[in-house]
Design a protein around this ligand. Structure first.
Ligand SMILES: Nc1ncnc2c1ncn2[C@@H]1O[C@H](COP(=O)(O)OP(=O)(O)OP(=O)(O)O)[C@@H](O)[C@H]1O
Length: 259
């Protein structure tokens, strides 16, 4: 699958027992979006991404990608339609190199995982593509360094390179800068901003400086529901958003002065 597409949810929700973790969410991710999903701890941001990617089955509503309805599709099928994600926690193999990590991801995409006798030309094409992806994320100089020896910010970039190996149309990034020292997180987001413009990106981020620098739209999730969705200027001017954030302990150090 290739080409830009729109991801859309209609009245999406999930309950865990009596607890409604996400409810009535109408989210639209336009082609080429650079959209932030923000909200207090426990608001349901990761749960929403888990619903979009098929980790959880919704208890209400539906999910659509272009003309495809995803609501009941497996995570694998959604990935094949062009939906990719990264996780809040590091999921890399520490002893592999970045090059091999990306080669494996490309092989997986092509269904070549178990085919060791593939033609040499195809082998070269996979390596060329892996080098190009690493180059795009400015990891080419580190292609042969074991993952365990990479700075954490570089590891997070590698996770994005691996997600990109699936040739996604939509990329969902769950706190891509989590655990990354502050002086490396700007560089990480610059790399994200430079990904091909036809890929739609939704990212969860707590650092408001990064959110306001790198998003073109912001969705604010509070207690499982979208409180407001708009441009950074609209979100920054919204009194309810200020109230939500100023009510949170520690909000000041997250740069809420910008909200
Ligand atoms: N599998 C589950 N079973 C029961 N409750 C769950 C489950 N997954 C999430 N929750 C609950 O749903 C709520 C939303 O959690 P979620 O992790 O989506 O929040 P979040 O906005 O991503 O938070 P944070 O910013 O801290 O990562 C929380 O109260 C959480 O305890």
């Amino acid at each position: 699958m290739s080409g830009a597409t729109t991801l859309r949810t209609r009245a999406l929700g999930i309950s865990f027992g009596a607890f409604r973790a996400v409810s009535d969410v109408n989210l639209v991710l336009e082609p080429g979006a650079r959209q932030a999903l923000i909200g207090p701890n426990g608001a349901g941001k990761t749960t929403l991404i888990n619903l979009l990617t098929g980790v959880f089955r919704p208890t209400a509503g539906s999910i659509h990608m272009g003309e495809h309805e995803l609501t009941t599709l497996s995570a694998d099928k959604r990935a094949r339609l062009g939906l990719a994600r990264t996780f809040q926690i590091n999921t890399l193999f520490p002893s592999l190199t970045p090059l091999l990590s990306v080669v494996l991801a490309i092989s997986e995409r092509d269904g070549l995982g178990a085919v060791w006798w593939r033609p040499l030309a195809r082998h070269k094409a996979v390596y060329d593509e892996a080098h190009a992806l690493l180059g795009r994320l400015k990891l080419d100089a580190l292609a042969h360094v074991p993952v365990a020896e990479l700075a954490y910010g570089k590891q997070r970039l590698l996770e994005i390179a691996i997600a990109m190996a699936a040739r996604p149309r939509i990329l969902l990034l769950d706190e891509p800068a989590a655990g990354v020292p502050q002086d490396e997180s700007g560089e990480l987001f610059e790399a994200i901003a430079e990904l091909p413009q036809d890929i739609s990106i939704l990212f969860i981020e707590h650092d408001m400086d990064l959110v306001f620098r790198f998003s073109r739209r912001i969705s604010v999730l509070v207690a499982g529901q979208i409180l407001i969705e708009g441009t950074p200027a609209e979100i920054g001017a919204d009194a309810r958003v200020r109230e939500v954030y100023l009510g949170q302990a520690g909000a000041a150090h997250r740069g809420v002065a910008h909200v």
